[in-house]
Design a protein around this ligand. Structure first.
Ligand code: DX5
Ligand code: ZN
Length: 212
């Protein structure tokens, strides 16, 4: 299992938080981008994100919580992220957006909100690299894990195995050393934000997650 650290909620500035994450054994920096439309909060200007992350060393796992994700892909590709994930609910151009991400040789993730039927993912599961299952409503760090996600990741794993598919399964929202136990067997990547970045010693928290 890999760990992706979200810097949305932190004791420190974004810059300092990212430097702290870079010093750990985390597998990815999870970049949450919110447009103030798909979710009520807005937390970025594209130029600022490019500047903030241009010297990143850990691989980036970008999570777009925006309408019309297509318009951001070419610019974000400059950061050479490992994954760009967008929301199924955010665009009508799902296949077009998947193709635009792939054209940059970036892996594609598709995400679903907690109240979206996972059957809606089915047409895309053979052409994407990752499913990001939200275990909180998108829009803020520090929310409580929704137990309904446990069954959703299990269904997605069984479906993958039964159909010889290869997408990774990522869980995002309210992950800590207790909630991770409930989904660990069925996921490949765990996003964790507040549990790591609201603590002083990031590596100690990451160790606790990796030991589960
Ligand atoms: C929620 C974001 C999450 C969040 C994770 O909208 O997509 O990535 O920041 O933070 P925690 O772990 O605090 O729920
Ligand atoms: Zn996220």
């Amino acid at each position: 299992m890999e760990i992706s650290v979200s810097y949305l909620n932190s004791l420190y500035s974004k810059e300092k938080t990212i430097l702290n994450i870079e010093k750990t054994t985390a597998n990815y920096i999870h970049v949450d981008l919110m447009d103030g439309g798909f979710v009520p909060q807005r937390n970025f200007e594209l130029a600022d994100v490019l500047k903030l992350l241009k010297n990143h060393e850990l691989p980036l796992d970008i999570h777009l919580m925006v309408f019309d994700p297509l318009i951001y892909i070419d610019k974000l590709a400059e950061l050479e992220p490992s994954y760009i994930t967008f929301h199924l609910e955010a665009t009508k151009d799902i296949v077009k957006t998947i193709e635009a991400i792939k054209r940059h040789n970036i892996k594609v993730g598709l995400s679903i909100k907690p109240d979206t039927n996972i059957m809606e993912l089915m047409p895309y599961l053979s052409i994407i690299d990752l499913v990001l299952v939200m275990s909180v409503p998108p829009g803020a760090g520090g929310q409580s894990f929704m137990p309904s996600a446990v069954n959703r990741v299990e269904i997605l794993k069984n479906y993958r195995n039964n159909n010889n598919l290869t997408y990774k399964i990522e869980i995002d929202g309210g992950i800590n050393n207790e909630t991770l136990k409930e989904v660990k067997a069925n996921i490949d990547i765990a996003v964790s934000g507040s549990y790591i970045c609201m603590a002083k010693d990031y590596q100690a928290r990451i160790n606790l997650l990796q030991e589960i």
